[in-house]
Design a protein around this ligand. Structure first.
Ligand code: AR6
Length: 168
């Protein structure tokens, strides 16, 4: 497996699957989630609605992952996962690691060779970037996935530099 870092917008990535930092409702939101639905078009939300009606009546639990079409994006699938909100009083790092692990399990089941991840939970959900980078890289390295190209797409220079320091 090859882990690479890219600075940019995840909605512009060409990859078999891109991962969405979603919320339990699967009904869209801000940040990466908003950008993916805006750019990918209504087909993605349509499939999310069906998933809510069929498998996830109570919402997608934190740390789990599920795939839909990628609509108009240059990817075949969007894998939606729900990161934990960062909390000072409680260690939720296992749930954050689970997002990466479960997303890669879904990618493996789809036969995806390349997967692009955002830095899950580091925006609206408040996770400190350095800690999130450590958890993300460890989880991917320990996953046992057969995905060949795992890419982290970092939105700004600071996030990129933090991931770069952790990767080397
Ligand atoms: N491409 C790559 N990275 C991005 C992009 C983009 N287009 N946009 C933002 N980021 P966030 P979370 C970075 O808030 O913390 C939504 O409302 C951003 O700078 O998207 O997991 C959902 O519906 C940050 O480093 O996700 C949930 O309610 C990282 O992506 C909630 O936000 C993640 O930021 C999830 O919060």
């Amino acid at each position: 497996m090859n882990i690479t870092l890219v600075r940019g917008d995840i909605t512009e990535q060409r990859a078999d699957a891109i991962v969405n930092a979603a919320n339990s409702s699967l009904m869209g939101g801000g940040g990466v989630d908003g950008a993916i639905h805006r750019r990918g078009g209504p087909e993605i939300l349509e499939e999310c609605r069906k998933l809510r009606a069929s498998r996830y009546g109570k919402g997608l639990p934190t740390g789990q992952a599920v795939a839909t079409t990628a609509g108009r994006l240059a990817a075949r699938w969007v894998i939606h996962t729900v990161g934990p909100v960062h909390a000072k009083s409680e260690d939720r790092s296992g749930l954050l690691a689970s997002c990466y692990r479960e997303s890669l399990l879904v990618a493996d089941s789809l036969g995806a060779a390349s997967v692009a991840f955002p830095a899950i939970s580091t925006g609206i959900y408040g996770w400190p970037m350095d800690d999130a980078a450590r958890i993300a890289l460890d989880a991917v390295r320990q996953s046992g996935t057969v995905v060949q190209d795992v890419r982290f797409v970092l939105f700004d220079a600071d996030a990129y530099a933090i991931f770069e320091a952790r990767l080397s």
